[in-house]
Ligand binder design. Sequence first.
Ligand SMILES: [Zn+2]
Length: 407
Amino acid sequence: MRRTSKERLAEKIACFGNFGADERGGITRLSLSPAALDACAEFRRRCVDLGLAVRCDDMGNIYAVKQGAEDLPGPAMGSHADSVVNGGNYDGMLGVLAALEVLETMVGDGISTRRPVSAVIWTNEEGVRFPPAMMSSGVLTGKFDKSAVLAVRDSDGVSFGEALSAGGRQGDRAARLSPATCTAYLELHIEQGPVLDESGESVGVVQGVVGMCNYTISVFGQAGHAGSTPMSRRRDALYAAAGIIRRLHDELGRIEGGPVFTCGHIECRPNMHTIIPEEVSFSLDARHRDPDVMRRVVGVIAALPREPDGCRVEYREEWSRKTTLFDPALAAVVKRNADALGYANRFMFSGPGHDAQYVQDMLPAAMIFVPSIGGRSHCPDENTSLDDCRNGADVLLNAVLELADAQ
Ligand SMILES: [Zn+2]
């Protein structure tokens, strides 16, 4: 089995952690921001130094290619370089740096393959500056209309298309990852949850990404003076919403199989301490791999009382996605290589979404998870031990070499 270099990987993680380091000890590297452009430029420079061909497609995705002995399609690996606001140093970037380390190991150790091997940086995975998330992989796989996403504007009024041009990232459509050039896609990523950290295993072999739904639930009451309206006459939308949130937790919590669910966003109008709340809207995000469990979640929402506490309740589905199953044969390649390296591993599903789930629609895709210490992610405390980072990179290296020499 081949091994990557722990020292080289440590240097990469430290170096790229400078791009977007913020004053609160985290990383703020929004898509196509100066920090993100600088990180991608450093990736590009390192790839050119390794003698690799680097190109950019029309959605700003960057590809570094190590040629194979034959002119055939080959495996690709990668992740994203953008972060959330005040996020951590591993989400996305670790997958990019592991891919770079795989290519550097191949060059340094003189490993040649039958097929070419590519590393990819996906533009705008987080969708924080320009919604939606996973924008560029979504365009490549037909989920989103390209002209519509180019027109999406950030809070300063800059469109995604303008940011691509200004950053020198509006490349060639012909450079896009596609089944013509690529046989399989592997993405290494931090787990962003506690499973591997608690089990002590180094590697998660990801079989898919769980389905999810996202609802807005609105409660309509009546505004009134906080001093003069008797309690018996009130139609308090926030009080009614509190009851609904409590009921959702009780009933969704009883569903067998254990969906995860979150009421994470709430708006209250007029949101004044002297006025009885007139209208409250809140979000409900629920996720599970089993479509039957998700149907039961929807059933609980549909059965909510419509007129609790004298108020009126409406709900609407904002969006949903079905469970994505990764290519089982490709997941088996990951599993076999993790076993051969002697790294403790388990099959698992991802709760968060990743570019790999869109790629799976056009190519065999799979993911390699590494542990998140304490399950923490999207925060400055996000961390993964260097040994686990290296073990994950070793699995990626050996899996990719197997795919690159396939007949
Ligand atoms: Zn990510």
